[in-house]
Design a protein around this ligand. Structure first.
Ligand code: AN0
Ligand code: CP
Length: 314
């Protein structure tokens, strides 16, 4: 593996899940592998889990870490090629990425979409600019359209909690008060369709994800029907892909205990952060149904498996 920006960068996704589970049993076994190597973590947007779990994963591998909150601490970076830079931006991504590549063996990048220009967002301008100009492996810490470190942690969590070989997994849209990226939903669908699990995506009309990522999944619009018999219910809001960036507030899509009645005693997942009683009700988050905390815990082993794979192939 050279870069890690989607499941398509991974030769054997389920093999990587098994690798992460082995790392979880013995997290310090490869402490020498990352010695004298530096991981740069670049944040264009906020983060709790990705930031802390990636630092911990790097430490477990013996790596040094440099964290940069790009939009707060650095110069304002120009992303457009061929422009006269007489405005607010002080340096170009061509220099900025190349320079950071001089200091780091691996660079992680978090950059959310604009949610105003679908074409630009889905062209993954920022993460691709890093791939082109940094001269080192790039790891997505959630790009405009995908969050593969999250999806890998999700698959690790399902592998740990599943009671049957091929569980029924339902990704359900949930309401929100703000327009959020499609990245977590896109990425989860893209990874799940690589498994032999029974996989359904359910959302209101007009909130379907891009078929590019959901091809092979069952697509439904009736939440109660979709949840029937589910072993795992993955809850996430996203704004509209087709009416790009439109927020959906349909409160009857909130996940509460009543919604879980016809599931197979389903475990409930969410990438976090989650707004309580907007997206998921207290009666679920505070119950045994919820596995969001171990799920977030697995972000360490997801990041560690990816970093280890890149270091081993360097
Ligand atoms: C982000 C999103 O929905 O993509 C990050 C989730 C990991 N969530 C929010 O902005 C609340
Ligand atoms: N799930 C996730 O990526 O969380 P953060 O945005 O806090 O990193």
């Amino acid at each position: 593996m050279q870069h890690f920006t989607s499941v398509l960068d991974v030769a054997d996704p389920m093999g990587l899940v098994q690798k992460a589970l082995a790392i979880k049993k013995d997290p310090f076994a490869m402490k020498a592998l990352g010695q004298n190597k530096t991981l740069g973590l670049l944040f264009f947007n906020s983060s709790l889990r990705t930031r802390m779990s990636s630092q911990k994963a790097a430490a477990n591998l013996g790596m040094d870490v440099i964290v940069m909150n790009v939009t707060q601490d650095s110069w304002q970076i120009e992303m457009e090629d061929g422009v006269v830079m007489n405005g607010g931006t002080a340096e170009h991504i061509r220099e900025a990425a190349a320079v950071m590549g001089q200091y780091c063996e691996i660079l992680g990048v978090r950059s959310f979409p604009s949610l105003t220009d679908r074409e630009a967002d889905y062209n993954e301008k920022i993460i691709n600019a890093f791939k082109t100009h940094a001269g080192c492996p790039i790891v997505s810490l959630e790009s405009a359209t995908l969050h593969p470190l999250q999806s890998l942690a999700d698959l690790i969590t399902i592998a740990e909690f599943k009671q049957v070989e091929k569980p029924k997994v339902v990704l359900t849209w949930a309401p929100h008060i703000k327009a959020l990226p499609q990245a977590v939903g896109n990425s989860f669908a893209q990874w799940l369709t690589q498994t032999d699990y029974d996989f359904t995506v359910v959302q209101p009309e007009g909130f379907e994800l891009s078929e590019k990522f959901t091809k092979g999944a069952k697509i439904m619009h009736d939440q109660n029907a979709a949840l029937e018999g589910a072993d795992f219910v993955y809850v996430k809001n996203w704004s509209s892909y087709y009416d790009y960036g439109t927020v959906g507030k349909m409160e009857d899509w909130l996940i509460n205990q009543a919604k879980l009645a016809n599931t197979n005693n389903a475990k409930v997942m969410h990438c976090l952060p989650v707004r309580r009683n907007v997206v998921i009700a207290d009666d679920v988050l505070d119950s045994k149904s919820s596995i969001v905390i171990p799920q977030a815990g697995n972000r360490v082993y997801s990041a560690q498996a990816v970093l280890q794979e890149i270091l081993e192939n360097a």
